[in-house]
Design a protein around this ligand. Structure first.
Ligand SMILES: NC(=O)c1ccc[n+]([C@@H]2O[C@H](COP(=O)([O-])OP(=O)(O)OC[C@H]3O[C@@H](n4cnc5c(N)ncnc54)[C@H](O)[C@@H]3O)[C@@H](O)[C@H]2O)c1
Ligand SMILES: [Zn+2]
Length: 703
């Protein structure tokens, strides 16, 4: 392609992209009703920037790359910002962050503000996923609140902001004549769920995510509605500041905006805000150099799923205000700050179908079949919808475009449909009346959320799940007995109960699909080992409802033999530590069924001999794992943490390497965090360590 043709096709693509992005901007900023995920939007924007970088002459001031947000809604009075409200540049990986740090260092060295080997000092903060707001205080009183709008003018939402309890109407202490505080309005995830629940029950619009709910709640024409919404506010910056009380006032004349400020660092300004009674999030930290920033990113990333609100990244800001001034601005963002984004937790995709799965106890679970989508670091193809009510509540229909969320290690979830994209022929889910596996009736007791197949062990699906449960690690731990083999063994009629497993021979097993002689032999060996299970494990393996592994162990410890458990009456069972009426009745009901007693007898006949419990069985939670400690933990001393790790079978080492299982990081953690980030070593805080050790969480609140 010649230069002219290439320019023309770039122009065409640019125009299409700009139109598309503008459409999304309008839906997101003005209507609070986005059609695509943020990740999808970011991809469009990245493509736009790529083309504009290759063809700088095609960049126009109207391009979304040069502008902030969307036009303010005409229904609100318009407010012109004394100092524009900008956006932030983005970093998506460590390389972007290092490049940012290099740009900053180079500029500051050139300006003589940074020594040769001196690292730049930054403040790292959360990047709150809410909406930006500017609060104008005059002589300490809140006089105006405005949204960001297009950055120059925003919407007057003063009456709405006044309903937020976290926004002080009057500042404490000596406040300047004018102080414009900038920060984020957001909504906690739990509050968001409750809000949506209430909206749904009233048949009103539900929000796709907390950011949206926060924006929609704040930008209400009737402030009484805003007052009912649990909005929160955190300050992280400022606009105009004028007329300081006391001696500083006028000290610097009008020489620069910075000189009028009471502090000369960003961190100092935030501390000052706090002293005025403004909410500033405690997670901010002063750090030096790119490594420390990356360590912060990893650490916050690990905490992200546990935070009460959504953050979509962290923000790094040059701390010294003099340095900020020297670095200055580009069209839509400062050069002295950057947002380091986390991988997207939400994506949109197509819902192909809703199938039902039959569980071990017959529970029927609707499962969403999705067009494969990469979210939260994995490709998701299906997601549980839990039960019939959940499908109704979320109002997802086959054919819908849905929002899929995966936060941390939590299983992927279908958040809800994008209603605007619902096709006319979308099909609502109908719970089948017959089990798709065995044809038995599906019943749902009046007062229960779960529908069940009534087929019991007649139902192949339930039989398979029972076997897989029994083979599991916490039960008989029969390695090599996987889903595929269980399917064949049950479908061929060879295995009807758990006891039948123990008559399998290697020659016979080798006949099954995908079973070599070697794996057949291994499986028979695993079965051989499973003939001497701890009593608690065997009890757990039977799959009695409400009897988890801990309960099974307690019951085994109490009675000492299977016969004693089978013959125990209600009072006997209730005497067991931690066993209540629900568990007791479930055990009684199980052994009242002759076919269940038959299985236990058949197991004995097949040579399965449970071992009476001695005290404390099972391996230690950290055996074979090496941990590294760094920084100061909130409650435990280094010695205390070390002692507990050793007691749990773990090792403690002084340096992070590929062999490190976890880095436990506290306050003021340093270079080890960066090292962990580089090597992909998981980072925990004290509560994370406590969770591993099975110790209750320490006091003190997050964020
Ligand atoms: N899904 C969609 O259709 C759609 C449309 C438009 C925008 N978006 C989303 O919005 C982003 C772009 O929006 P943007 O221009 O507001 O940029 P941005 O949200 O990436 O960054 C700037 C904003 O970050 C916020 N912020 C949070 N914590 C902060 C802190 N500690 N310090 C400073 N600022 C902080 C402020 O509100 C600021 O305005 C996109 O990357 C995308 O995620 C989505
Ligand atoms: Zn069935």
């Amino acid at each position: 392609m010649n230069a002219r043709a290439s320019e023309q096709s770039a122009q065409a693509e640019l125009q299409a992209l700009r139109r598309e992005i503008e459409g999304h901007n309008h839906r997101y900023y003005v209507l609070d009703a986005p059609l695509v995920s943020d990740a999808e939007y970011d991809r469009l924007m990245a493509r736009l920037l790529e083309i504009e970088q290759a063809h700088p002459d095609l960049v126009v001031p109207e391009s979304p790359s040069q502008r902030v947000g969307g036009a303010p809604l005409a229904a609100f009075a318009s407010v012109r910002h004394a100092v524009p409200m900008l956006s932030l540049g983005n970093a998506f990986d460590a390389e972007d962050v290092r490049a940012f740090d290099k740009r900053v260092s180079d500029t500051l060295r050139e300006a003589g503000l940074l020594g040769l080997d001196e690292p730049v000092r930054y403040v790292a903060e959360f990047k709150f996923d809410g909406l930006a707001i500017s609060l104008r205080y005059e002589r300490g009183r809140l006089v105006q609140a405005a949204t960001r709008g297009d950055g120059r003018s925003g919407e007057d939402v003063t009456a709405n902001i006044r309903t937020l309890r976290s926004v002080p109407l009057v500042l404490s202490g000596d406040s300047p004549e004018v102080l414009e505080v900038r920060g984020e309005v957001l909504i906690n995830r739990a509050d968001f769920e409750r809000l949506n629940e209430a909206q749904r029950s009233r048949g009103e619009k539900v929000f796709v995510n907390p950011r949206n709910a926060a924006a929609g709640s704040l930008r209400q024409l009737d402030p009484r509605i805003t007052a009912t919404r649990p909005l929160r506010f955190y300050a992280y910056g400022w606009g105009e500041v004028r007329g300081l009380p006391g001696a500083q006032a006028g000290l610097f004349g009008d020489e620069s905006a910075r000189a009028a400020l009471p502090r000369d660092t960003h961190a100092g300004m935030l501390d000052w805000f706090e002293s005025l009674g403004l909410p500033v999030n405690a997670a901010r930290r002063v750090l030096r150099g790119a490594d420390a920033l990356l360590g912060f990113y990893t650490e916050v990333g690990a905490r992200r799923p546990q935070l009460p609100f959504d953050i979509d990244g962290v923000v790094y800001k040059v701390d010294a205000l003099r340095a900020q001034e020297v670095l200055g601005y580009v069209a839509r963002a400062p050069r002295f700050a950057i947002a380091h984004k986390f991988p997207a937790q939400e994506e949109t995709t197509q819902l192909f179908g809703i199938e039902v799965q039959v569980g071990r106890t017959g529970a029927i679970t609707p499962v969403a079949r999705l067009k494969p989508v990469f979210v939260g670091g994995v490709t998701v193809t299906n997601a549980t919808l839990h039960n019939e009510d959940e499908v109704r509540r979320k109002d997802v229909r086959i054919g819908d475009t849905v929002v899929v969320r995966r936060a941390g290690d939590v299983i992927p979830e279908v958040v809800g449909p994008v209603l605007e994209l619902r096709p006319a022929d979308a099909v609502p889910f109908v719970m089948p009346t017959l089990c798709p596996v065995c044809g038995s009736a599906i019943e749902r007791p009046e007062d229960e959320a779960i529908a069940r197949c009534t087929g019991g062990l007649f139902c192949a699906a339930q039989r398979k799940q029972t076997l897989l449960h029994a083979a599991g690690r916490k039960a008989l731990d029969i390695e090599g007995l996987g889903e595929k083999l269980v399917d064949q063994l049950v479908d061929s009629g060879r295995i009807k109960t758990l006891a039948d497993l123990f008559s399998l021979t290697a020659e016979e097993l080798a006949q099954y699909e995908r079973m070599g002689t070697k794996s057949a032999q291994n499986l028979v060996q695993a079965l051989e080992q499973a003939r001497r299970p701890a009593l608690g494990r065997l009890l757990y393996a039977l799959g009695i409802r409400h009897v988890g592994e801990t309960t099974a162990r307690d019951v085994a410890l109490h009675f000492g033999s299977m016969e004693a458990i089978m013959d125990a009456g209600e009072d006997g069972l209730l005497a067991v530590h931690d066993v209540g009426p629900v568990v007791a009745h479930s055990i009684l009901r199980f052994f009242a069924e002759p076919h269940n007693r038959d299985v236990v007898h058949a197991l004995a006949a097949a040579g399965v001999q449970p071992q009476a419990p001695q005290r404390r069985v099972g391996s230690l939670p950290l055996s074979g794992k090496t941990l590294v400690l760094t920084g100061t933990l909130p409650h435990w001393t280094r010695d205390e943490a070390t002692r507990r790790i050793l007691a749990a079978g773990g090792k403690v080492s002084g340096s992070v390497s590929k062999k490190t299982a976890y880095l436990v990081a506290g306050e003021e953690a340093g270079s080890k965090l960066a090292k962990a980030a580089e090597l992909g070593v998981a980072v925990l805080d004290e509560n994370g360590l406590r969770a591993l050790l099975g110790v209750p969480q320490g006091g003190g609140s997050e964020a």
